[in-house]
Design a protein around this ligand. Sequence first.
Ligand code: SF4
Length: 379
Amino acid sequence: MSISPGLYLHVPFCSAICPYCDFAVTTGGEKRRERFTRSLIREIARDHGPWKAFDTVYLGGGTPSGLGDERLGRILEAVREALTIGDGATSAVVSIEANPEDVTEASARVWSRLGIDRLSLGVQSFDAAELKFLGRRHDPVEARRAVEIGLGAGFVVSMDLIYGLPHQSPESWQSNLEIAVDLEPHHVSCYQLTVERGTPFAKQSRQGDWAEPDDDSLAEFLYLTHEFLGAAGYPAYEVSNFARAPETQCAHNRKYWEGASYLGLGPSAHSFDGRSRWWNQRSEAVWQLKVEAGRSPEAGRERLSDRELALERLMLGLRTPTGVDLGALGLDPSDLLAANRELFERFTRENLLRIDGDRLIPSLDGMARADALARSIEF
Ligand code: SF4
């Protein structure tokens, strides 16, 4: 059964840029946000070719919650007019990424009226010093309040948390997790802080202002996260993602891990149709000029070979506890198992994965090293 495609809309604005962020983001006043909104609506209305009904719509960024409720309403209206959203029998799940400082009783009411179902909150930490280090604009009280408002308004609420901060102890990370589960969100995502090139954090780390945790400490954080959240009723369904129930997993992000197709609109957004991938101009200004001139804002495109597709499915599938069905890679599972017999025996001995019929099932260590495992498999 083919999975329905997802629609991603990239809103590049943030009120300030966090020192660890390397996404395509920018600050920008009302005028720029309005011009962006008009351009995005123009891009939505372009001919995107034959796409089946989208069953997820994901407003990401950036900080879409800071765009303004009226503009969000116009964008979602344009989406529903131009594209097929939901298949008639079931409606699509509409998600928005929101920063805690943007979540108020009033905004929650409006988002609900706009048909938004799911809030993905950029909480990152419940510790004031950690939030300050991360350059976030909210405090722990606002973070808790945003979760409570979201739950009270009936949204499926997810929160993002970051671990592996310099000087963060396992105890301090655990106390973040304790506060998170006490609030009873439906979903938690826990990401390791990565220092990306070209960010202020990269400069600070290079200058020796602080040191990144070593691999052993990061492994300890990862184990703690999975043990704690699993015991609290949030089993992992991907190495960084935990949900209280299957129906509160993020259906949109699952599409990326399961090789489903998706259409991405807005600057830097990527699309995939099951065989080819293409991406928009990263610069908001260049993307905008192209859209306003009635031209495609596509910046590049690649057609994946059978091997590249299989490798990608392996890398993404091995990030999930259900692993990868070798039969779904477009290759003969018995050939693959025979060609990699010794490698798989070693992986099994080292408790990185196990083989169950035609399926490779990774352990937590295996999930954490999914890319390296996938790249060492011969096919
Ligand atoms: S709020 Fe998110 S997208 Fe915006 S700058 Fe910070 S990390 Fe980047």
